[in-house]
Write a protein that binds this ligand. Structure first.
Ligand SMILES: NC(=O)C1=CN([C@@H]2O[C@H](COP(=O)(O)OP(=O)(O)OC[C@H]3O[C@@H](n4cnc5c(N)ncnc54)[C@H](O)[C@@H]3O)[C@@H](O)[C@H]2O)C=CC1
Ligand SMILES: N[C@@H](CC=O)C(=O)O
Ligand code: NA
Length: 819
């Protein structure tokens, strides 16, 4: 025997009832013995309650409302049963509506709606839907029989939430089934007292009926047919990658449902639990889907947790005071006050200091609770044993649930680390000793981010996703980076189970944010067509407001203004990756503050490409320092542009042409004067010195400027080139002087004895910096451990490919830190 229960949406329309009938038929065709329980048509129960209230409030419009409910049932009959056989069903339904109308007329006249009458009114919902379906089944050749559950489900007279008398009910159900072979179509949700007065079974009532019948009949399984594919790992409206939980234990289902998973109401399934009858939650509208199988024992699972659920809106009540420490009875009193006032507590937490107890309640009742407690504890408060009771609002609670937590360590570590790395503050937490549920209270604004981050980390269905926001997307480095990410996308997915979702892009003209992700193929067109007018301030606020997990802000500009937003981004737990040197080469305090902000908020601030583009210079230096080496000196060629120019400028060339070439090859700063004025190298050596722990300011670095005033003062880059053209001779002379000595020009930065110098030198063939080609940089670290032979890093230190790949590598290192 199998008991099937169909919910309100499953019996809500002609189409859905046809689905129901198909499911019933398939069972019968396979020779299964079944009994079927039905809810009222979707929405009818609530509508009947409203109609009852209207009638009791002398609102005569209730009649019209009643007509629409009646019409809905007639329409169902018309859509389900062929015209010549409709009259029987219509007569039965009409009979019920006449009865209901008489009842409502009574309510209207006496202007009173008792819970007892309301139970009778709502009982029509299930009686009507079940009659419609029974008649349809009969019309389609199935030997079905209507069973009014009031005949067999016997309860006490607590109207609205009646308690079932199981002894009597089981006996009556078994007797009834023993004397019939017809397919029983049973009204869910309702029962009656021994005297025959109609009652209802409360929340989840039809599930409860399914469970009552299943238990009484010793069913092999109870199927709860609804409109979703079983219980999901998280609310799919909030977590896109949520998926159906294939198997789950009763206990897990209880925990998940307590915190929001509305698919079933497990307390209503207890009769089945007691008899260890498994329950399958299935989708009427996707009936081949295996749904969720709920049983007593857990199967070995693929994941360490089973699901995540949440309540979006809770309030935290905090009871605090020195008088609580070591005093027995305060919590007993607290909970008895709450119980007496029928206040349902969602979560409780008390630290071992015993200095405070906090508990979560529905926000609507929070202030009432405060008053009740202040009254109840008036003496303790007046004696100073307890402080005033405080309430915190705008909170949510989420619970990570799973039997698997019992056997594996590190789940809570992982949970709190995910929250920490995403800047989600934990306001309170609770874990029962059953180790089945870890609950955390967080700010409401963070709930979506928290659910997604936790789901991604624990389930990794579609891998981990970094959410990228890129400023300067259409620039050289920005666009090269996007191409590299696109080309590497499949590799990252297949080898690292990692996705990079491009959520926001901007240049100086337009900006675009797409929570679902911007195409890596068509981002330029999308920006052009769908972008709004750019505004970096609002772009940054959007990044913060979106509050997505694992967010990375990439600044691929040379803009000074963007830097002012770094601090607030880091403080909002958004990591930053940038080749832009401005932030780290401004005031020391700013550099230091950003380092601290990243540390404090558990995110990364990475800028490997600030020095030597993609060459691993900053990482190497940090590695030396953190592993205890002492840096004695650094000597370096740090300008790709100047290296290129000095390597390629030959007698007879025009200097301006070589500079243009360097720009065309993507080596120069957006404004090449930053390179030729020495500014760029000064920034880099300053950054290296700060990484070494020196508190140097920009003024401590003397710039060796190669440009004349006219060049420096030119208003635009184009005008600058015009001016530079006039200054060729000076550069020819520099070159000729070097060549005369058989030497080459090198722009060398040195950090020695805590001092920074920059020089334009000529070096001979024996000098280690003589042999540089193209845009090559070279950095030589003399350290305690590399005393006799310095550690040397050499290679192309500018250009789109190597710089973008350095930025990309920084982004990747964030992903490995976050997972
Ligand atoms: N080119 C190279 O070899 C290397 C460059 N870098 C750094 O990379 C950064 C980018 O350089 P490139 O791509 O070569 O420059 P670029 O001039 O080609 O690109 C910068 C882009 O940023 C955009 N932009 C500027 N201010 C903006 C704002 N407020 N909002 C939105 N977009 C803005 C510009 O419109 C431009 O499209 C610079 O900071 C540079 O110092 C670092 C290492 C090597
Ligand atoms: N313009 C810079 C690029 C790298 O920072 C250079 O020429 O080195
Ligand atoms: Na680098």
């Amino acid at each position: 025997m199998k008991v099937l229960k169909f919910g309100g949406t499953s019996v809500g329309t002609v189409e859905s009832i046809n689905q129901v009938i198909q499911i019933i038929k398939e069972n019968l065709d396979e020779g299964r013995k079944i009994a079927v329980v039905y809810s009222a048509m979707g929405g009818v129960t609530n509508r009947l309650i409203e109609i009852g209230k209207m009638a009791s409030q002398s609102d005569s419009e209730y009649l019209e409302q009643l007509k629409t409910v009646e019409e809905r049932h007639f329409n169902a009959i018309r859509g389900l049963i062929d015209i010549k056989n409709q009259s029987g069903a219509i007569a039965k339904v009409k009979g019920l509506f006449n009865e209901l109308e008489d009842l409502l007329r009574g309510v209207y006249l006496i202007k009173e709606l008792s819970l007892r009458t309301l139970d009778l009114i709502v009982s029509f919902g299930e009686r009507l839907s079940t009659i419609v379906i029974t008649e349809t089944l009969k019309n389609r050749g199935i030997d079905a029989e209507f069973l009014d559950a009031r005949k067999v489900v016997k309860t006490n007279d607590v109207f609205g939430y009646a308690d079932v008398n199981f002894e009597l009910t089981n006996e009556l159900i078994r007797k009834h089934f023993a004397q019939t072979n017809k397919l029983q179509c049973i009204t869910g949700f309702i029962g009656s007292t021994i005297d025959g007065v109609t009652t209802t079974l409360g929340r989840g009532g039809s599930d409860y009926s399914g469970s009552i019948f299943g238990a009484a009949l010793n069913a092999a399984v109870i199927e709860i047919w609804t409109d979703v594919n079983g219980m999901m790992t998280a609310d799919p409206r909030k977590v896109k990658n949520a998926f159906t939980i294939p198997t789950i234990t009763y206990a897990e289902a209880m925990e998940l449902s307590h915190f929001g998973a509305k698919v079933i109401y497990p307390p209503s399934l207890t009769p089945a639990f007691y008899k260890s009858i498994p329950i399958r939650v299935l989708n009427t509208f996707n009936h081949k889907h295996p749904g969720t199988f709920i049983s007593k024992t857990a199967e070995t699972k693929e994941y360490s947790i089973t699901g995540i659920s949440s309540i979006d809106d809770i309030a935290l009540v905090n009871l605090q005071g020195g008088g609580m420490i070591g005093v027995a009875g305060i919590s007993a009193k607290l909970f008895s006050i709450l119980a007496k006032n029928k206040i349902s507590v969602i979560l409780i937490s008390q630290a071992s200091s015993e200095h405070s107890i906090c508990f979560a309640v529905d926000p609507k009742s929070a202030y009432g609770v405060k008053e009740i407690l202040e009254e109840g504890f008036a003496t303790e408060i007046s004696q100073g044993l307890l402080d005033n009771i405080s309430i915190e609002q705008n909170l949510s609670v989420l619970a990570v649930v799973g039997e698997g937590m019992k056997s594996s360590s590190g789940i809570s570590g992982k949970l709190f680390s995910v929250l920490g790395k995403n800047g989600i503050n934990v306001v309170a937490t609770a874990q029962g000793s059953s180790e089945l549920n870890i609950s955390v209270v967080i700010y409401k604004k963070d709930i979506g981010k928290a659910l997604n981050a936790i789901h991604e980390t624990f389930f990794q269905v579609d891998g981990l996703t970094l959410n990228l926001f890129l400023v300067g997307a259409t620039g050289l480095i920005g666009s090269t980076l996007l191409r590299q990410i696109r080309e590497q996308r499949d590799y990252l997915k297949s080898r690292k189970n990692l996705n990079i979702r491009l959520v926001g892009i901007t240049n100086t003209r337009k900006m675009l944010l797409e929570e679902g992700g911007i195409s890596l193929e068509n981002w330029k067109e999308e920006l052009l067509e769908n972008g709004e007018i750019a505004n970096i301030g609002s772009f940054v606020s959007d990044v913060q407001d979106l509050n997505m997990p694992y967010s990375v802000f990439v600044d691929c500009t040379a803009d000074k203004n963007i830097v002012q937003y770094y601090y607030s981004l880091l403080s909002a737990s958004v990591s930053i990756v940038t080749p832009n040197k401005v932030a780290n080469s401004g005031k020391f305090d700013q550099y230091f503050m950003l380092q601290k902000a990243a540390q404090k908020h558990g995110v990364k601030f990475l800028y490997e490409t600030n020095v030597g583009a993609g060459l691993p210079i900053i990482n190497t230096l940090q590695g030396l320092i953190t592993s205890g080496d002492k840096i004695h000196s650094i000597e370096a060629v740090l300008s790709g542009t100047l290296a290129y120019i000095f390597n390629n400028f030959k007698a007879g060339d025009r200097f301006v042409d070589v500079v243009r070439e360097a720009k065309a090859k993507g080596y120069t700063e957006p404004d090449p004067r930053d390179d030729l004025s020495g500014q760029d190298v000064a920034r880099k050596i300053l950054i290296l010195s700060r990484e070494c722990g020196l508190k140097l300011e920009p003024d401590d670095v003397k710039i060796i400027n190669l440009l004349n005033d006219a060049c420096l003062q030119a208003k635009t880059v184009d005008e600058f080139f015009v001016e530079l053209e006039k200054d060729n001779e000076r550069f020819e002379r520099l070159l000729a002087d070097a060549e005369a000595k058989d030497e080459v020009l090198r722009y060398i930065a040195t950090l020695d004895d805590d001092k920074v110098t920059i020089e334009l030198k000529t070096v001979g063939r024996k000098h280690p910096f003589f042999n540089l080609a193209g845009s090559e940089n070279i950095v030589s670290f003399t350290t305690e451990r590399y005393k006799h032979n310095p550690l040397v890093i050499k290679g192309p230190g500018a250009g789109a490919e190597v710089t973008a790949s350095g930025v990309f590598a920084d982004i990747m290192s964030i992903s490995s830190y976050l997972v």
